[in-house]
Structures are given as structure tokens and as C-alpha cells.
Write a protein that binds this ligand. Structure first.
Ligand code: F6P
Length: 209
């Protein structure tokens, strides 16, 4: 986006005398105009820059959360007049089937074989029981989200869960599928991804109470 201005020169001494053509210098009024023109253009450039900043800050900013309470409640801190907040089931945490609500200790005691099977192959291991998922299952259900994320032009914040974070960050930062399930993604940490012509820039902020 740019500004285009056009003007005639300042009044010349020939203009004052009514002479056409020639190569006369500016009259005193013409010199005043030249200075006023420079001041005017400076003001217009500043006004334009402010307009650009205003337009950029008014452009829609999307907040996506999963449909689970811990995520929608985090998203509730965002004023819907200012943010386009959407709750998306695809962003829900991995479904751990019969292990939902248990601690890792509980799982080790109640389902020792399952516990070891998951440790042996976290990527492919699917939790048994209703709706149980594996990382691979979650990777598949996130495909459409990844496409949408790549297509959208506005800025966004995604409020989601550990497994989803590992997969989305893994995709954006080129982590291998083998390392993805083991990456550290602590809570209360915000990651900012900026696509650059060569690679992706990552910034991390940690909330300290
Ligand atoms: O503990 C939080 C959590 O998001 C669980 O809901 C989820 O099952 C787990 O982390 C996933 O982490 P991991 O794949 O390392 O078990």
C-alpha cells in the first residue's frame, strides 16, 4: 500500500510576470509553498502510517480452543467483541479410552501391559476402550486443522492440549514423528511461530507467577 501525490511547482518569477516557458526560479511565495509542501507530505506520511497501524490492529484475530472445559475456560478470558473465538472438537486432547481420568501410576497398576506397550511405541499405541486414540490417530484428525491454519491469513491463538501442541508444533517446526510424542511442551508457555522465507522462527514465553 502506498500514497501517490501530484502537484505543480511553486510560483515562479515568470508566473508573477505572466511569462510563459523559460526556466525561472521560484518567487518568494513559491519558496514558501515548497517548504509548506515538504511539511504537508511529512504530515501525510505520518497519518498514513497511523492508518496502517490502525487497520492492522483492527483486522480479525482468531482464538481457537478445543471443546474441553480447561481450554474453553482459558479462551473465555478473550473479549468476543475483540476476538473471533471458536471452539473446535478437532483440537480436543488425545482420547485415552479406558485410561481417561487415571494417573500414569494408576495405569501402570491397573493395566501394566498397556502401560509398557505405550512406553515401547508411544506414536502408534492406541488406548483401549471407547474412542481411545493413538498419536497417529490424532495426527490424522488434525490434517484439516493444519490445512485451515496454513490457508488463513489473519493472526490467531490456538488454545489446546499437550498432544495437539506436540503435533502442531512438530508439523510447523519439522520435528520427526518419532521425536514428536516425547517433546517437552509445558503448560503456561506461549509459543509464537513466524514463517520466514527460509525456515520458521520460534519464540517462547513462559508465564511466571
Ligand atoms: O496430562 C495432560 C495431558 O494433556 C493428558 O490429557 C494427555 O493424555 C497427556 O497429557 C498426553 O501426554 P503423553 O502423550 O505424554 O501421555
Amino acid at each position: 500500500l502506498r500514497q501517490i501525490f501530484l502537484t505543480r511547482h511553486g510560483e515562479s518569477t515568470d508566473n508573477v510576470l505572466g511569462r510563459i516557458g523559460g526556466d525561472a526560479p521560484l518567487s518568494p511565495r513559491g519558496k514558501k509553498f515548497a517548504k509548506a509542501l515538504a511539511r504537508f507530505i511529512k504530515q501525510q506520511r505520518l497519518a498514513f502510517a497511523l492508518e496502517m497501524v490502525r487497520a492492522a490492529s483492527n483486522s480479525q484475530f482468531t482464538v481457537w480452543t478445543s471443546m474441553l472445559k480447561r481450554s474453553t475456560e482459558t479462551g473465555a478470558a478473550f473479549d468476543p467483541d475483540e476476538y473471533d473465538v471458536k471452539h473446535i472438537r478437532f483440537l480436543n486432547e488425545i482420547n485415552s479410552g479406558c485410561c481417561e481420568g487415571l494417573t500414569y501410576e494408576d495405569i501402570q497398576k491397573a493395566y501394566p501391559e498397556e502401560f509398557h506397550a505405550r512406553q515401547a511405541n508411544k506414536l502408534y499405541y492406541r488406548y483401549p476402550g471407547m474412542g481411545g486414540e493413538s498419536y497417529i490417530d490424532v495426527i490424522h484428525r488434525l490434517q484439516s486443522m493444519i490445512i485451515e491454519l496454513e490457508r488463513m491469513t489473519q493472526s490467531c491463538l490456538i488454545i489446546t492440549h499437550r498432544v495437539i501442541m506436540r503435533i502442531l508444533l512438530g508439523y510447523l517446526l519439522d520435528w520427526t514423528q518419532t521425536e514428536m510424542p516425547h517433546m517437552m511442551v509445558p503448560i503456561h508457555t506461549v509459543y509464537e511461530i513466524r514463517p520466514k522465507p527460509y525456515g520458521t522462527e520460534l519464540k517462547k514465553w513462559q508465564y511466571i507467577e
